[in-house]
Design a protein around this ligand. Structure first.
Ligand SMILES: [Zn+2]
Length: 236
């Protein structure tokens, strides 16, 4: 059983979108896991084997206890019966209290489909008669995180103390973010601008809560509050 299970479409999505939040909760003693829905086999650079090794290293940097892939087809991610069953079985197996997944209105179709797929699968996982393996289980909360597109998030996690850990986890994905050899193709993500954009986005969300860095979350439904004094406050 895990406290938090973070899903990404590709093996670096979780780091880019929500790496600081995972590092923060890991440091607080919560158990976190990462599920890559695909192996990222359609990426311009990097082999599946390289990407798997990089993902393992990044998970270690973030303090995640588990990292696995459901092995669904990259670029063809859809809420098919097979995909829903695989994700529902993963949810039933790890029984996370909180699920994190990409915001459905993203520029990259895989990210959008990943968000829809995980939301639907979390619902199905709780149905007693849904024919997936494992005991029925539905996570308490589902939050969307941002990748290639952002909106105004109702919740922002202060990741100021964990931002360095996040950059280190992203840097583990050398095949994606480092332009190493002549045969490697220049892409949006291995340009130096990309890392600056991720930092800039996190700085902007941080600024909205008076912190150095933040990660935005969109709850799938209203979040009940039972103690106003337990809410985080401005650091500045
Ligand atoms: Zn991605």
């Amino acid at each position: 059983m895990l406290d938090i299970l973070a899903f990404g479409a590709h093996p670096d999505d979780v780091e880019i979108g929500i790496g600081g939040t995972l590092a923060l909760h890991g440091a607080r003693g919560y158990s976190c896991g990462i599920v890559d829905l695909t192996r990222g086999e359609m990426a311009t650079n990097g082999t599946v084997e390289e990407r798997e090794a990089e993902g393992k290293e990044a998970a270690r940097v973030l303090g995640a206890r588990v990292r696995l892939t459901t092995g669904l087809p990259d670029a063809y991610l859809r809420a098919t019966e097979e995909a829903l069953t695989k994700v529902a079985e993963t949810v039933r197996r790890y029984r996370p209290r909180v699920v994190l997944c990409p915001f459905p209105r993203d520029r990259h179709p895989d990210h959008g489909h990943a968000g829809e797929l995980v939301r639907e699968a979390c619902h199905l996982a709780g149905l007693r008669k849904y024919p997936a393996e494992g005991e029925p289980y539905r996570p308490r909360h589902l939050f969307y995180y941002f990748l290639a597109k952002t909106e105004d998030p109702p919740l922002i996690v202060d990741i100021s103390d964990y931002a360095e850990q996040k950059w280190r986890a992203i840097a583990c994905h050398k095949s994606q973010f480092t332009l190493r050899a002549e045969e490697q193709r220049q892409t949006l993500v291995n340009s130096p601008l990309f890392a600056r954009h991720v930092r800039g986005r996190d700085q902007f969300f941080g600024a909205l809560i008076g912190a150095h860095y933040g990660e935005g979350l969109v709850p799938e439904r209203k979040v009940p509050v039972s103690d106003l004094l337990q809410l985080g406050g401005s650091r500045l």
